[in-house]
Design a binder for this molecule. Structure first.
Ligand code: NDP
Ligand code: 2IT
Length: 447
C-alpha cells in the first residue's frame, strides 16, 4: 500500500463518521502522487502527511444564550486550528445548522492549501457553530455572537488566529464578535477580518470572494483560448459570494442567469444584473433564506421550487452556495448541456465522483481552493492594513487582489506542467499549495 493510501486509511479509521473530512483528504491524497511517490521514503520518515492531516489543535465549546422569549438556548461552537506552518491561523466562521466536526475539519483542512496558494503568510483554520441565524432577531444574533466570543477570545489574536466570515457570518456578525473581543481583551486589534470600513475593515472585502472567483475564471478561459465576454453563467446561492460573482460578471460583459436557495432556483434569462444584484443583499438580510421573492419582484424571472440550477444550459457554471451541491446526477445534466468549464466559488461544491466524471468528459474544473481564495487574500490585505495602522485605497486592494488571483492560476498551471498533469487544475492547485506548506514544516523541525 502506498504511503498516501496508508495515511488516508488512518484518517478514515481515526475520524469515523466524518464524510466531508474524508472526502477533502482523499482528494488531496490522490493529487499528491507525483510529489510524494517520487520521494516516498523521505516523506514517510518525516511523517509529513500524518502531520498535515492531524489538526494542530481543535477547540469545541458550549455556546449558551437567551432568545427573545426568555428561553435558554445551547449550541456547539468550534475552532479548528489546523496548520500554522506559514503564518497565523486564518479562516472563516460558519453559522449554519449543518455545522459539525466533519464540516469544520474539511473546511480547515482545505484552508491550509488555499491560504498557501495566495502566497501570503497565513495558516489554515475554520470555526463555526450549528446556530441557525434563520429567523433570528438582531438581538438574538448579537447575544449568540457575544457568547460565542466569550469562549473563543482566549484562543485567537492578531498574530495567533484571525477569524472572518463564511456562511451565515457577514458584517453584522463580525461587528458583534469584534465588539465582544475588544471588551474582553481591552484591546483594539486586527483580530478579525471582514470588519466594517469604519473600524479597520478593508474596502472590497465583501466583494472579494466573488470578484476573485471571476478573475480566476477569466484566467482559466484565457488559458484555454476563450473569453468571458458575452458568456451566460449559472450560479447557485444568493449570499455574499453569489452577489460578488454576479456583480463582477456584469462588469466584465457576462451575465449570471440563475441564483438559488434552499427553496429552489431562479432562472432569469435577462440576467441577474443592475438593481437585481442589489436585491440579493435585501434577500440575504431579510433573514428568511429563500430566493422565491426574486421572481415576484422581477416578473421576467421564473422560480423552480425544490430544484437546483444545474439542469440549466449555460456557457459556464459557478457554484456559490455550499459543499456537495453538485453530485453525479447534476454533473450528468451539465455535461449533457455541453458544460466545458466549472469554477468552484463555494468550498468543495462538487463530489469526488462528479469531479471524475467531469474529467472523463473533458470539463475543466477550477477548484475552490484556488478559485475562491480571493476572500481570504483580501482578509490578509486587511490584516496588513490593520498592522500598519493605515487605510488602503480601493485601487490598492483591487490591484493586489487581481494580481494574487492571476498568480494562483499561474502557480497551478506551472505545477501541471512540472508534473505532467495535463489540464488537471485540481491536482495543480493541491500540489502547489502542498509544496510551500510542506517545505515550511520541514524547515521548522519536528513540531
Ligand atoms: P452566505 O451565508 O452569504 O450565503 C450562502 C448561500 O448558500 C445562501 O444562499 C445559503 O442559503 C446557501 N446555503 C447554505 N447552506 C446550504 C445548504 N446546506 N443547502 C442549500 N443552500 C445552502 O455565505 P457565503 O456566500 O459567504 O458562502 C457561500 C460559499 O462560499 C460557502 O461554501 C463558503 O464556504 C464559501 N466561501 C465564502 C467566503 C467568504 O468570504 N464569505 C470565502 C470563500 C469561500 P441558506 O443560508 O438559506 O441555506
Ligand atoms: O472559506 C474561506 O476562505 C472564507 N470563508 C474566508 C476566510 C477568511 O479568513 O477571510
Amino acid at each position: 500500500m502506498s504511503y498516501r493510501e496508508e495515511v488516508l486509511n488512518r484518517v478514515i479509521t481515526e475520524n469515523p463518521r466524518q464524510p466531508e473530512f474524508h472526502q477533502a483528504v482523499r482528494e488531496v491524497m490522490e493529487s499528491l502522487g507525483p510529489v510524494i511517490d517520487a520521494n516516498e521514503a523521505f516523506y514517510r520518515r518525516e511523517a509529513i502527511l500524518e502531520r498535515l492531516t492531524t489538526p494542530d489543535r481543535q477547540i469545541q465549546f458550549r455556546v449558551t444564550w437567551v432568545d427573545d422569549q426568555g428561553n435558554v438556548r445551547v449550541n456547539n461552537g468550534y475552532r479548528i486550528q489546523f496548520n500554522n506552518a506559514i503564518g497565523p491561523y486564518k479562516g472563516g466562521i460558519r453559522l449554519h445548522p449543518t455545522v459539525n466536526r466533519s464540516v469544520m475539519r474539511f473546511l480547515a483542512f482545505e484552508q491550509i492549501f488555499k491560504n498557501s496558494l495566495t502566497g501570503l503568510p497565513i495558516g489554515g483554520a475554520k470555526g463555526g457553530s450549528d446556530f441557525d441565524p434563520k429567523g433570528k432577531s438582531d438581538r438574538e444574533v448579537m447575544l449568540f455572537c457575544q457568547s460565542f466570543m466569550s469562549e473563543l477570545y482566549r484562543h485567537i489574536g492578531p498574530n495567533l488566529d484571525v477569524p472572518a466570515g463564511d456562511i451565515g457570518v457577514g458584517g453584522r456578525e463580525i461587528g458583534y464578535l469584534f465588539g465582544q473581543y475588544k471588551r474582553l481583551k481591552n484591546e483594539f486589534s486586527g483580530v478579525l477580518t471582514g470588519k466594517g470600513i469604519q473600524y479597520g475593515g478593508s474596502l472590497i472585502r465583501p466583494e472579494a470572494t466573488g470578484y476573485g472567483a471571476t478573475y480566476y475564471t477569466v484566467e482559466m478561459l484565457k488559458h484555454f483560448g476563450d473569453d468571458i465576454k458575452g458568456k451566460t453563467v449559472a450560479i447557485s446561492g444568493f449570499g455574499n459570494v453569489a452577489w460578488g460573482t454576479a456583480k463582477k460578471l456584469e462588469q466584465l460583459g457576462a451575465k449570471a442567469i440563475t441564483i438559488s436557495g434552499p427553496d429552489g432556483y431562479i432562472l432569469d434569462e435577462d440576467g441577474v444584473t443592475g438593481e437585481k444584484i442589489d436585491y440579493l443583499l435585501e434577500l440575504r438580510s431579510s433573514g428568511k433564506n429563500i430566493c422565491a421573492p426574486y421572481a415576484d419582484k422581477f416578473p421576467g424571472a421564473k422560480f423552480f421550487p425544490g430544484e437546483k440550477p444545474w439542469g440549466v444550459k449555460a456557457d459556464l457554471y459557478i457554484p456559490c452556495a455550499t459543499q456537495n451541491e453538485i453530485g453525479m446526477e447534476e454533473a450528468q445534466k451539465m455535461v449533457a448541456n455541453g458544460c466545458k468549464f466549472l469554477c468552484e466559488a463555494a468550498n468543495m461544491p462538487t463530489r469526488n465522483e462528479a469531479i471524475d466524471y467531469f474529467k472523463e468528459n473533458g470539463v475543466i474544473v477550477g477548484p475552490s481552493k484556488a478559485a475562491n481564495a480571493g476572500g481570504v487574500a483580501c482578509s490578509c490585505i486587511e490584516m496588513s492594513q490593520n498592522a500598519e495602522h493605515t487605510i488602503f485605497t480601493e485601487d490598492d486592494v483591487f490591484e493586489k487582489l487581481e494580481a494574487i488571483m492571476v498568480n494562483i492560476f499561474k502557480q497551478s498551471v506551472a505545477a501541471c506542467e512540472k508534473y505532467n498533469l495535463g489540464d488537471d487544475l485540481i491536482a495543480g492547485a493541491n500540489i502547489a499549495g502542498f509544496e510551500r506548506v510542506a517545505n515550511a514544516m520541514l524547515m521548522q523541525g519536528i513540531v
